[in-house]
Design a protein around this ligand. Structure first.
Ligand SMILES: Cc1ncc(COP(=O)(O)O)c(C=O)c1O
Length: 383
């Protein structure tokens, strides 16, 4: 018989706790925009872009309407289209491959590494061969910094070099993380990120940005996000999009960026505590030496077949969980006709059956975390 007191369900990501911490500073930032009424590309957008670039060490930040658009804008900027292949992992959020299909190119799926969940660089040459065998031209690769952990960017760069592939880093989940002494935003030729509210640096709606050191790329992105403008907005020199970050969101993000370093530290403190309290009973995440994760998700692995009961047991204890991702992209209805690189995607298949993410955010206090740990340990003992 369960004699534990019935405790309220905790949040999976506590956006409201951060809102409380920011308090009047956010209200004041929003009020400034409401007063000057420059809702599209107002001064706060330029200010935030400068702050964002300075934060990660990239020369240019160009904001846009979402992380998905950030990826699309880069693929458009470099002219990827029909007949081109873009290599990406299968174990990721759909947007990584969706953008490739949206510009008319072909995603070629590569497996991920079992320890880091990030692209397995050993599969890249096989994916290039698969693409060529299909008569496609391999043009780019999109490594993903999944769950907030940087991909093996040195390995990706080495594998991309042989074919001169353009590297577009999908840091939608990883912005703020570091790899070998540098923050993400400076690996590859361009980095895309998302400000979706649940992301480590999220806004109060949709938003995204591209980071790049290349001034010509930054100019092209600024044109593309505003209908392909030339000298002015009624000079249309290319086909573009309407994809701007709202001024209101930029004002909010500037306030959030101020506390972001502190939040990254908190997330790492919480992740260390999870590892110490659960490492003896489940496979906890691996962080390679030289990496600092931003912990967009805290994802553990359970033996296959145990997940359903585990989720139910935690739910009964008021602990929400999430499965990122239950179906790898190469098996999704919208993507299963796209090729898988030689070498296959066995690890992606296995992870999709085993992973489960626990509550993780910068405001998870020790008492609440102990509730999660206690529930996980009980669920595993009862399994
Ligand atoms: C890996 C990855 N890429 C791209 C995106 C797309 O970002 P957005 O939702 O802002 O369009 C997301 C987030 O949802 C993501 O997790």
């Amino acid at each position: 018989m369960n004699l534990r007191p019935h405790l309220p369900t905790i949040p999976f990501i506590d956006v409201a706790a951060q809102r409380r911490r920011l308090g009047p500073s956010i209200d004041a930032a929003m009020a400034r925009v409401l007063n000057h009424c420059q809702f599209i590309l107002g001064p706060e957008v330029r200010t935030f872009e400068a702050e964002l670039a300075a934060f990660c060490g990239a020369r240019h930040a160009v904001t846009c309407a979402s992380g998905t658009d950030a990826l699309v804008l880069v693929l458009r900027a470099i002219g990827i289209g029909p007949g081109d292949a873009v290599i990406c992992p299968s174990f990721t959020f759909c947007a990584t491959a969706e953008v490739v299909a949206l510009v008319g190119a072909t995603p070629v799926f590569v497996d991920v590494d079992a320890a880091t969940f990030n692209i397995d660089v050993k599969g890249i040459s096989g994916a290039i061969a698969t693409a060529k065998g299909l008569g496609l031209t391999p043009k780019a690769i999109i490594p993903v910094d999944l769950f907030g952990l940087a991909a093996d960017h040195d390995g990706v760069a080495a594998a991309a070099k042989a074919e001169n592939l353009f590297i577009l880093d999908d840091a939608a989940q990883g912005f703020g993380a570091a790899y070998k002494g540098r923050k993400l935003g400076t690996y590859g030729q361009a980095t895309a990120t998302s400000f979706f509210p649940a992301k480590p640096l999220g806004c109060f709606g949709d938003g995204g940005a591209v980071l790049t050191d290349d001034p010509a790329m930054a100019d092209m992105l600024r044109s593309l996000r505003m209908h392909g403008h030339g000298a002015d907005k009624y000079d249309n020199i290319r086909i573009g999009l309407a994809s701007r970050l709202d001024t209101m969101q930029a004002a909010i993000l500037s306030e959030k960026l101020k506390i972001f370093p502190d939040e990254i530290e908190a997330r790492n403190r919480i992740a260390r505590r999870y590892a110490e309290s659960l490492g003896d009973v489940v496979t906890v995440p691996t962080v390679p030496a030289g990496s600092i994760s931003v912990w967009a998700q805290y994802t553990i692995r359970l033996p296959a077949g145990h997940r359903e009961a585990f989720v139910a047991a935690l739910k009964a204890d008021g602990i929400p969980t999430a499965v990122y991702y239950p179906i790898p992209l190469h098996r999704q209805q919208a993507y299963r006709h796209y090729p898988v690189g030689q070498g296959g995607v066995a690890v992606s298949e296995q992870l999709a059956a085993e992973v489960i993410s626990l509550p993780m955010h910068a405001y998870l206090d020790e008492g609440t975390q102990d509730r999660v740990v206690g529930a996980v340990r009980r669920a595993l003992k009862d399994a």
